[in-house]
Design a protein around this ligand. Structure first.
Ligand SMILES: *Cc1c(COP(=O)(O)O)cnc(C)c1O
Length: 471
C-alpha cells in the first residue's frame, strides 16, 4: 500500500481521500481575466505563451522550472546566507548535500542547469565529436553542438510513440548506441549523455537495469557516462513503483544507486531540488574536476558560489534533502497522475503512461485535421489560454528547431502541448479546473485553424518566436 499513487491510497477500506502533505502559510492571489482581455494578451504575445505576462495568467503550467514553492525551512535558510565572496559556509552545506544524496565526489555550483551544461560541454567535447543521448533536451543539445559535437538520439523506439505503454520509455537503446560506437569510434565520443526522466518524451523514466547495462557497455569501450540529473528524483519513484526489487527501497537509496553507475551529473536545481534558481555540476574524476573548477571562474563565478548568492545555496542544500523524501515525491508525481487520469477518463489524447512532471497533450490526435507545419501544439497552447487563462507550452515542431546542416525544420514525431505542474504550488482543485478547460478545448477542436510563424529567432526559437492565426 505504501507505494500506491497517493490519491488511491486506502480506497479498499472505503473512501479515504488523499491530501497534499503540506499546508499553506502564505498565499499569492491569482489573476482572473475576461476572454476579451485574454484575446488581446494573445495578440500582444504573438500567440506564444512564453511571451505572455504572468499577470495575465491564471494557472501557470508553463514550466516546473524555478516555479516550486519553498518550504518554511528553506526560507529560514535564506536568512542564513553567508555572502562571503569565497568559501561561504552555504557552499559547504550544498557540497555535503550533493555528496550525501547523489554520491558524487566533486561539486561545481552554477547559476542554473545550462551553466553546468556549458562547462561540461566545453571541457570534454572537441570539434567533430559525437554525443549520444536518450532523446535530447533543448539546452543540453545546443551546448553540445556549440562545443562542436553532433548529437545522436539513441533512445528506444517506444519513446517516440505516445501510445506505447512501455514502463521505461526513457531507456537507451544499447543496440543503437553500439552501432554508433562502431560507426564513429569510441575515441570520438567524449561521453554518453543520459537523462532521467526524459522531458521531451513526456517525463518518461530510465530503469535501473538499463543504466546498469549502459554502464557495462561504456566500460567495455572506455566511455564516460554522464547524467542529466534534473528530474532524477522523480525517475527514482518510477523505479520504486515499477521495477522488481525496488518496491521497499526509499527514494533516496534508489537515487544514490542510480547515480553510482554514472561518472558525474549536471543539474538544473530549479526542478527536482525545489529552488527558484540554481544548478550544479558534479564529477568523480579529479582531472575533469580541476578543469571545471578553473572554467567556472570564467563564466559563472568563483568555484564556491558559481553565480549563486550564499542564501540561494543554503535554500538549495535544504531543498535537496526535502526533495528525496518519499512523501514529497509521491504527492508530487501523484498530483500529475491525478490530472492525467481525469483527462484519460474523458477521452483526451495524452502521452501514456503519465510521466513525472507534466501532462503532455498529444496535439496530433487532438487536432487530426492540422498538419504539423500549422503548429498544432502551439495552437492548442493558445486555445487553452484563451479558454481559461491557463498557460501551457509547446513541445513539438517549434521547440525542435531546424537542422543546422539543411536549415529545414526538425519534424519530431511527437507534437505535444505540455501542462507542467510546479512543485508544492497548486492544489487538486486547481487540477480539476485545468482538466475542465482542456475538455472545453477538445469539445471545440474542429474550429481550430492553426498558426503561421511570422518571426523566428536563430537560437532556441520557441522562446521568442511570434505567430499569427491562419484565417
Ligand atoms: C531545465 C533543464 C535543463 C536546463 O536547466 P536550466 O536550469 O533551465 O538552465 C537541462 N536539462 C533538463 C532535462 C532540463 O529540464
Amino acid at each position: 500500500m505504501a507505494h500506491e499513487p497517493p490519491h488511491t491510497m486506502g480506497q479498499q477500506h472505503g473512501r479515504r481521500s488523499w491530501a497534499e502533505p503540506w499546508k499553506i502559510k502564505m498565499v499569492e492571489p491569482l489573476a482572473v481575466t475576461t476572454r476579451e482581455e485574454r484575446a488581446a494578451a494573445l495578440v500582444e504575445a504573438g500567440y506564444n505563451t512564453f511571451l505572455l505576462r504572468s499577470r495575465d495568467v491564471y494557472i501557470d503550467l508553463l514550466t516546473d522550472s524555478g516555479t516550486s514553492a519553498m518550504s518554511d525551512r528553506q526560507w529560514a535558510g535564506m536568512m542564513l546566507g553567508d555572502e562571503a565572496y569565497a568559501g561561504s559556509r552555504n557552499f559547504y552545506n550544498l557540497e555535503a548535500a550533493v555528496q550525501r544524496f547523489y554520491g558524487y565526489r566533486h561539486i561545481v555550483p552554477t547559476h542554473q542547469g545550462r551553466g553546468a551544461e556549458h562547462l561540461i560541454s566545453q571541457t570534454l567535447i572537441k570539434p567533430g565529436d559525437h554525443v549520444p543521448g536518450n532523446m535530447y533536451f533543448t539546452t543540453t543539445r545546443l551546448h553540445q553542438e556549440l562545443a562542436g559535437a553532433t548529437f545522436h538520439d539513441v533512445i528506444i523506439d517506444e519513446a517516440h510513440d505516445p501510445e506505447s505503454l512501455h514502463p521505461f520509455k526513457g531507456n537507451m537503446d544499447l543496440a543503437k548506441l553500439g552501432a554508433l560506437i562502431d560507426e564513429v569510434g569510441a575515441d570520438r565520443i567524449p561521453y554518453v549523455s543520459l537523462a532521467g526522466t526524459v522531458n521531451m518524451a513526456g517525463g518518461q523514466p530510465v530503469s535501473m537495469a538499463n543504466v546498469r547495462a549502459l554502464r557495462a557497455l561504456c566500460d567495455r569501450h572506455g566511455l564516460r557516462l554522464l547524467l542529466d540529473a534534473t528530474r532524477m528524483v522523480e525517475n527514482a519513484l518510477f523505479i520504486q513503483e515499477r521495477e522488481d526489487g525496488y518496491g521497499d527501497m526509499p527514494i533516496a537509496a534508489i537515487l544514490r544507486e542510480f547515480c553510482s553507475h554514472t561518472d558525474g551529473a549536471w543539474m538544473s536545481a530549479k526542478k527536482d531540488n525545489l529552488v527558484n534558481i540554481g544548478g550544479w555540476l558534479a564529477v568523480n574524476d579529479d582531472a575533469v574536476f580541476e578543469e571545471l573548477r578553473n572554467l567556472v571562474v570564467v563564466y559563472e563565478g568563483l568555484h564556491t558560489y558559481g553565480g549563486m548568492a550564499g542564501r540561494d545555496m543554503e535554500a538549495l542544500a535544504i531543498g535537496i534533502e526535502e526533495s528525496v523524501q518519499d512523501e514529497h515525491v509521491r504527492s508530487r508525481v501523484g498530483q500529475v497522475r491525478y490530472l492525467g487520469e481525469l483527462l484519460t477518463e474523458w477521452g483526451i489524447p495524452i502521452v501514456q503512461p503519465v510521466g513525472g512532471h507534466a501532462i503532455f497533450l498529444d496535439a496530433r490526435r487532438f487536432y487530426p485535421h492540422l498538419e504539423q507545419d500549422l503548429f498544432p501544439a502551439q495552437t492548442l497552447a493558445a486555445e487553452l489560454y484563451l479558454d481559461s487563462g491557463i498557460r501551457s507550452m509547446e513541445r513539438g515542431i517549434a521547440s525542435a528547431g531546424r537542422d543546422p546542416e539543411t536549415g529545414d525544420h526538425h519534424r519530431p514525431k511527437l507534437e505535444l502541448t505540455r501542462l507542467t505542474i510546479p512543485r508544492r504550488v497548486y492544489t487538486q482543485a486547481h487540477m480539476d479546473v485545468v482538466a475542465e478547460s482542456v475538455k472545453a478545448c477538445h469539445d471545440a477542436r474542429d474550429s481550430a485553424r492553426g498558426l503561421r510563424m511570422v518571426y523566428e529567432p536563430k537560437y532556441l526559437r520557441f522562446f521568442q518566436a511570434r505567430f499569427e492565426p491562419i484565417s
